[in-house]
Every structure is written in structure tokens, then in C-alpha cells.
Design a binder for this molecule. Structure first.
Ligand SMILES: [Fe+2]
Length: 231
């Protein structure tokens, strides 16, 4: 699959941008919401716990969150699945105990005009590494592992691909410092767009087409909120 509205998607692309849209009190409200939500999935393989932001647990916060994103994104729609009663989830909380691999969250709908990903750290230590390379197919995990590349995804699961690879060796120092959990040969041809150093109180706005991963810098666990948007 390739996204159909490629020109439109590309015309909306921009450099990653750090903003400070949530007050200390609002961040606290978001953290409290996380704790009150029901557990959704525990992905043992990736060692990550996920909870969806279900609407109506804290209606005031729902409104604040939606509108603050609107202030920075302009018109947008949520693109993070829907609850049983058809309401948009406002994002996914992810509590990870080991770093996420190289992937892209470009979605599964070729008709969607995918837009920005909004990342709000809720714990202080860690980084998300964004590469310059972009991907316009389905959500994909990038790997050089032959068995992994055979994986046949079910609906809603990431493709596997090695089509991100180029020829240039990846910088050894950066690999050592941030990306030890990834085989350096799986980073061939990639260049860093941004190393986003997590800071509670910041929010990062970044295109959904960027290939990215977590850094190896995890202090026991990392908690963040991600919202995927489309136009
Ligand atoms: Fe991601």
C-alpha cells in the first residue's frame, strides 16, 4: 500500500517542533488520567504497556487537550482508533520497559491524509530519535532479520521491511550513545533528523512519515502519550 494523497501529505510536512502547551497542572491531570484508565494491551515482545485515552473519564481534560492541539495544528482529526461506541481515542499512553525498535506510524488507511504525531513525555528520562528518511506506505517496523521479514501482519499490525536501507555506514559514536539496541547494519543509509530529549512539560509535534525509534536511554521505564492525527 502507498498513501493515495501523497502530494497533499507532503505539502503538510514540516520540521519537528517543540512546544509548551500544557501547564504543570494539566500534565498532572494527564498523568492521573493515565492511572485511572483501564489497561488495554501488554505487548510482551516489545515490553510495552498501552492504554488508550478513552473520552469522558475527565471531560474537562478531553476538551483542553483537543483544543490545545488545535491551537498548534490547526484543523485536524484524531487517527488513533476508536472505542467500542465509535468515539475517537485521544491518544495512546505507552509505558515501555525496553526501547521501541525502528518504525513508522504512517497508519493503515491509504486514503487518509496523515498529518502530525504529537508526543507528550510523562516521565523525564529518554529520547525519541527521528531520522530524515520518510515512509509513505503502511505502518512498518524496519528490520534486517530474515525471519522477522517473513512476518505476515494481521489487520492493524505493522508490516516488516528492509526497504529503508541505504549504503552509507551509520555513525558509530551516535550508535554507541543512543542506539545500542539496534543492529548498526539496520541503520545503514539513515541520517538523524532530530534527537528529541524527553522533558516533562514539553510536547513534540512531528510528521507521521518520519522513521523513528526510541533511544537505548531508559531508566527502568518510560511513560509517554502519543496522538496520531490526520487532516
Ligand atoms: Fe512511534
Amino acid at each position: 500500500m502507498k498513501h493515495i494523497h501523497l502530494d497533499k501529505i507532503k505539502s503538510l510536512e514540516s520540521a519537528p517542533r517543540k512546544v509548551n502547551i500544557f501547564s504543570e497542572k494539566e500534565i498532572k491531570m494527564i498523568q492521573e488520567l493515565y492511572h485511572s484508565l483501564p489497561e488495554r494491551t501488554f505487548n510482551k515482545k516489545q515490553n510495552v504497556k498501552k492504554k488508550a485515552w478513552v473520552q469522558n473519564y475527565n471531560k474537562e481534560l478531553d476538551k483542553i487537550y483537543f483544543n490545545k492541539l488545535k491551537d498548534v495544528l490547526g484543523e485536524y482529526k484524531m487517527d488513533s482508533l476508536k472505542s467500542e461506541n465509535g468515539e475517537d481515542y485521544y491518544g495512546l499512553f505507552h509505558e515501555s520497559f525496553s526501547p521501541l525498535p525502528l518504525h513508522v506510524d504512517s497508519g493503515f488507511d491509504e486514503n487518509a491524509i496523515i498529518y502530525k504525531q504529537v508526543i507528550t513525555p510523562l516521565s523525564p528520562i529518554g529520547d525519541t530519535i527521528f531520522f530524515k528518511k520518510r515512509w509513505y506506505g503502511r505502518s512498518t517496523t524496519f528490520t534486517i532479520d530474515k525471519n522477522e521479514l517473513e512476518f505476515k501482519p494481521k489487520p492493524g499490525q505493522n508490516d516488516r521491511s528492509s526497504a529503508h536501507l541505504g549504503d552509507t555506514e551509520f555513525d558509530k559514536e551516535t550508535h554507541q550513545k543512543y542506539l545500542k539496541h539496534i543492529d548498526i547494519n539496520n541503520l545503514k543509509g539513515l541520517e538523524i533528523e532530530m534527537i528529541y530529549n524527553w522533558k516533562v512539560g514539553d510536547t513534540l509535534i512531528v510528521d507521521r512519515t518520519h522513521i523513528h525509534c526510541a533511544s537505548s536511554r531508559i531508566n527502568h521505564k518510560k511513560l509517554g502519550l502519543t496522538t496520531f492525527t490526520k487532516k
